[in-house]
Design a protein around this ligand. Structure first.
Ligand code: F6P
Length: 383
C-alpha cells in the first residue's frame, strides 16, 4: 500500500518584500530533510479557497530563488481575506471562508500551514488558529512594525534602498543648494525613515511617533544655512502625521467609488505637502522624491537572506513539533517563537527616547519638534 508523506503548506500574504523567496526556499529545503512534502498556495490566502490554487514545491523548484525579490507564490492584500481595513480597523474573516480553507487543507493532507505575512496577514493566521486550522506564522514587512520580533525581514533591504536614494539626493542637493524631501514607506512606524536618515546623514527626519510642526522644520533648515550648509535633506515617513494629527492619504486622489473598500487606506503625498509648505514659508525651491514600491522590490540584503532563512527553518521546526498558533521571532541573537496573538496585539514603533533617536539628535539631526538643536547647527543658549 502506498504511504503518503505528510505535507506542509506555505503562503505569502500582504504586501511583498525582499526575502519572501528566501523563506520559501528554507521551508522547502528543511521540510524535505524532515520527510515532508511541500505545497505552495498562490496569491496569499486566496489560493486556499475556490478556485483552489496551489503548486507542488521541492528543492528543485526553489533552487536559485534565495536572492530573488518578490515571491514565487504571489501575494494579495485586499479582497476576501482581509483582516485590516480603513485606518487600521480589524475585521473578522467570513467563517464560511475559514471552513473552506480548512476543508482544502484537509483534502490535500496538509498537516501544517506556514503563513508568511505582516500585521494583517498574521491577524488572519490567528483567526485560522482560533478556527482549529494548524498554522505557524513568519513575520515579514519592510515597515518593521510587528511587535514581538526585533526585526522583520524586508526591513534591512528597504533601508538599504532608501539609504542609497538619500546618498544620491545628497550630492545633487549639495550641488544645487536645494532642500530635498524623500518620502519613504512606514505606515505606523518611522523605522525606515529613522534608519535611512541616520545611515545617509539626513538633516531632518519626520516620523509618525514624534509630533512635529513646520516652524521647527524651518528652524532646522535656517540653522543649517546660518552654519554655512545651503542644502538640507529631509526624510519623511508616509505615515508621519501633519501638524493637527492627520495623515496624508493617496486614496483622496482617486475618483469617489473607485478602489477596493476592503483594504487599508493608501497613504502617500506627505512629502509633497512638506515640500510645498517649506517652500511657501522660506521662499526656496524644494523638490520631492517619493520612493514608493522601489523599497519593496529587488534583491534582499545578506542580513535579510540570513534572517529569512532562519525564520523558514524555524517555522518548519514548529510545525514538526506541533506548536501551532506560534510565530517565529528574532530575539537577538536567537530565533524563538511567540503566540501569533501576542505578535499582532502590539505594533513596534520607534520610541522617542530610543538610543537611535538620541544618537541622531546628538549629531544635529532634527525631528521637527521643539527639542533644542544639537551638533554643529546648535543654536546658542537663549536663542
Ligand atoms: O506594509 C508595507 C507597506 O509597504 C506600507 O508601508 C505601505 O503603506 C503599504 O505597504 C502599501 O501597500 P500597497 O502596495 O498595497 O499600496
Amino acid at each position: 500500500m502506498a504511504t503518503h508523506r505528510p505535507r506542509i503548506g506555505i503562503l505569502t500574504g500582504g504586501g511583498d518584500c525582499p526575502g519572501l523567496n528566501a523563506v520559501i526556499r528554507a521551508v522547502v529545503k528543511s521540510s524535505f530533510r524532515l520527510g515532508y512534502e511541500c505545497l505552495g498556495f498562490l496569491r496569499g490566502y486566496e489560493g486556499l479557497v475556490e478556485p483552489v490554487a496551489w503548486t507542488p514545491l521541492n528543492p528543485q523548484v526553489t533552487a536559485g530563488i534565495l536572492t530573488r525579490g518578490g515571491t514565487i507564490l504571489g501575494s494579495s492584500n485586499s479582497g476576501r481575506f482581509t483582516a485590516l481595513v480603513g485606518e487600521n480597523d480589524r475585521v473578522a474573516i467570513d467563517p464560511q471562508l475559514l471552513d473552506e480553507a480548512a476543508a482544502t487543507l484537509r483534502s490535500l493532507r496538509v498537516c501544517g500551514l506556514i503563513c508568511v505575512g505582516g500585521d494583517g496577514s498574521l491577524s488572519i493566521a490567528q483567526q485560522f488558529h482560533e478556527h482549529g486550522i494548524p498554522v505557524v506564522g513568519v513575520p515579514k514587512t519592510i515597515d518593521n512594525d510587528l511587535g514581538a520580533t526585533a526585526f522583520t525581514f524586508g526591513f534591512d533591504s528597504a533601508v538599504a534602498t532608501a539609504t542609497d536614494a538619500l546618498d544620491r539626493l545628497h550630492t545633487t542637493a549639495a550641488s544645487h543648494e536645494r532642500i530635498m524631501v524623500l518620502e519613504v514607506m512606514g505606515r505606523h512606524a518611522g523605522w525606515i525613515a529613522l534608519h535611512a536618515g541616520i545611515a545617509a546623514g539626513g538633516d531632518v527626519i519626520l516620523i509618525p511617533e514624534i509630533d512635529w510642526n513646520f516652524d521647527h522644520v524651518c528652524r532646522a533648515v535656517l540653522a543649517r544655512e546660518a552654519g554655512g550648509k545651503k542644502f538640507t535633506l529631509i526624510v519623511v515617513a508616509e505615515g508621519a502625521r501633519l501638524p493637527g494629527g492627520k495623515s496624508v492619504q493617496a486614496d483622496s486622489a482617486l475618483p469617489a467609488g473607485s478602489g477596493d473598500q476592503r483594504r487599508q487606506v493608501r497613504l502617500g503625498g506627505v512629502g509633497e505637502v512638506v515640500a510645498g509648505e517649506i517652500s511657501r514659508r522660506l521662499g526656496r525651491e524644494v523638490r520631492t522624491v517619493v520612493l514608493g514600491h522601489l523599497q519593496r522590490g529587488g534583491q534582499p540584503t545578506p542580513f535579510d537572506r540570513v534572517l529569512a532563512t532562519q525564520f523558514g527553518a524555524h517555522a518548519v521546526r514548529l510545525v514538526h513539533q506541533g506548536r501551532f498558533g506560534e510565530m517565529v521571532c528574532y530575539s537577538p541573537p536567537d530565533i524563538n517563537s511567540v503566540p501569533i496573538a501576542t505578535a499582532v496585539s502590539r505594533l513596534s514603533q520607534v520610541a522617542a527616547d530610543s538610543s537611535a533617536v538620541l544618537a541622531a539628535r546628538a549629531l544635529g539631526i532634527a525631528f521637527g519638534d521643539d527639542a533644542p538643536l544639537a551638533g554643529p547647527f546648535a543654536e546658542p543658549p537663549g536663542a
